[in-house]
Design a protein around this ligand. Sequence first.
Ligand SMILES: [Zn+2]
Length: 372
Amino acid sequence: MTKYSQIFIASSKYVQGRGVINQIGEHISLLGDRVLVVGGKTGLAVTRSGRAQSLAAKSIFQVEELFRGEVCDAEIERLTAVAKQNACNVLVACGGGKAIDAVKAAAAELKLPAVIIPTTAATDAPCSALSVIYKENGEFDRLWILPKNPDLVLVDTEIICQAPVRLLVAGMGDALATWFEAEACYNSGALNISGGKITASALALARLCYDILLKYGLQAKIACESKLVTPALEKVVEANTLLSGLGFESGGTAAAHAISEGFSLIEEMHDLTHGEKVAFCTLVQLILEQRPPEIIQEVYDFCYKLGLPITLADLNSAQVSATKLRQAAEISAEPGRGTHNLTVTISGDVIFDAIMLADALGQRIKNGQPIV
Ligand SMILES: [Zn+2]
């Protein structure tokens, strides 16, 4: 690998649609015949009947194991032991981000195929070759770049639309950053997670992700509120799960994610989802980059319409001290953080001022005042 390599990575197979859980047996039969299924209570429950019937039809043995809630080394070891005891040759995750990351890591340990059945569209974890590992007490430990992406990602939109609307919208917040971060990395020549430069394909997929959100985001939210699987919902689920996943992994992340990492210092934000924080931090990135005012307006309007945060008050942080916000900004400006993947010179002060301006612009939008 040289600094001239362009690298694109992806899951081997992506299946999406209404009721596709009923086809899981056909797809898994190509990978193995003894399956360890890991998930939280809800993740296991909402996939159970379709999974049982479909696996039985292909004579595939399955054993369920309840995920204990944290992606830590102890839990990954425990899951690998359960897989070995049952002589499993495929690992399946049913659920959200953490169960998915634990199964991807355990499958990598065992060198076995990983199958991901996300039950929400809240994150872009399902398709990536990356697990976020925490310590047993819940503190961040490390990012684990896995040797390969999942072998199968199966997304049943009938299941996804039963999950809380807030999770679908949060997924749109995370996906909103994808295009702006990928383009920033492309322009600055930053490397993506697999250590290569961005391909034109990854950039195009990231752009498609943004276009789908703008065009279908609100319709998808409305459909999800009524638990309806519509073409708009299908497109947004694809944007949140597949396009955002491919876009961030083969595109790269920049200031939106780095500033949201800095925000982990602020306790008042702990009840917010990853995607909600990333949405606001995308606005901050656009300000840092001096994007055209029309683009900034477009992204504010999108977030406001969808109910994504556009002010610090929306992030429960109107009362957070300037000192604390400045500390968060300093963290996101540390060497090696994604803020340095922009083409502008970064410091804690520069980021702090952009956060405060993002908040001020958000307040103007809410008061019906122009920002262009
Ligand atoms: Zn993200």
